[in-house]
Design a protein around this ligand. Sequence first.
Ligand code: NAD
Ligand code: UDP
Length: 312
Amino acid sequence: MTTILVTGGAGFLGSHLCERLLDRGDEVICLDNYFSGRKANIAHLLGSSNFELIRHDIVHPIYIEAEQIYNLACPASPVAYQYNPIKTIKTSTVGMVNMLGLAKRCRARLLHTSTSEVYGDPEVHPQREDYWGHVNPLGPRSCYDEGKRVAESLCMNYHLAHGVEIRIVRIFNTYGPRMDPNDGRVVSNFIMQALRGEPLTVYGEGQQTRSFCYVDDLVEGLIRMMDQDGDIGPVNVGNPVENTMLELAQTVLDVTGSKATIEHRPLPQDDPRQRCPDISKARRLLNWEPKIDLRTGLSRTIDYYRKTQFSS
Ligand code: NAD
Ligand code: UDP
């Protein structure tokens, strides 16, 4: 049995990760300040004797023991991370230093969840790990993008200076059950709008692209990266099937059977025009690739929203 700390464990991805690690027989310490996560996401795990829950903000140091640390703490949706941009930066910088300090003291391996946002509005397509990115350091997304870039640099420097065992994963857009229905991300917005029969809000012309990975595939990629000894990363983990936002809206309408219309809204500043991972490295290193296609993943997510948001 391994003792594993999951920061941000009450969030969307963190709750699925905690569940998978417990199923595998590990002891899981879930740490969260509930900024964008919810106790409801991990309520079903509270009965397990191998599960422990701590309310804590990683911007403050903490002294506990763990053999592995998955660092997920950080708001991920643009609405959530732009709500308090300075706090977002502190979480990815001061918080990252605290988690790396903890890993150093415990001699724990730390996996950091970085993001495709480190590539910004990419001029290289699809994005490979050796691309340095095209990020506006002053724009509304910079608190998140630049915070995550500093976090990667901190990981690398703790590794070089102190021998901390790090793993860096760059996650591309991921969706699934337990995504906060009000977090403003495109998949949750479109599904909630379709189920309510309201117009789906497509920003701009809807020709911008994203590549959507189902949460179970993503969690499998994180665990494989943590448990291999060959490479510290970074490695892209995401689904290489690319969709425009108009295509996504149409697919959500098809899968829900909704008769809702599509409405265009202004495109937010610095919205990346295209995003698609090159996952050759994940395939080679982790023998990993996504298994769940978009329609199957959407259908599971829609079932979840129907049960949790629309049943009386
Ligand atoms: P989420 O907002 O659901 O989860 C983040 C969790 O971290 C929340 O429970 C939140 O309360 C907690 N948190 C935030 N600041 C904290 C702090 N200072 N101290 C302690 N806890 C804190 O988001 P998610 O989608 O589950 O994302 C998890 C991680 O994966 C994030 O680091 C995010 O940047 C990264 N990521 C996610 C995606 C995606 O598509 N979901 C894409 C790229 C990267
Ligand atoms: N988007 C949209 N309608 C919405 C929410 C988002 O068209 O109601 C677009 C947004 O402009 C972006 C894409 O969907 O181009 C993905 O947005 P999201 O906030 O989910 O993630 P990110 O931009 O961080 O990839």
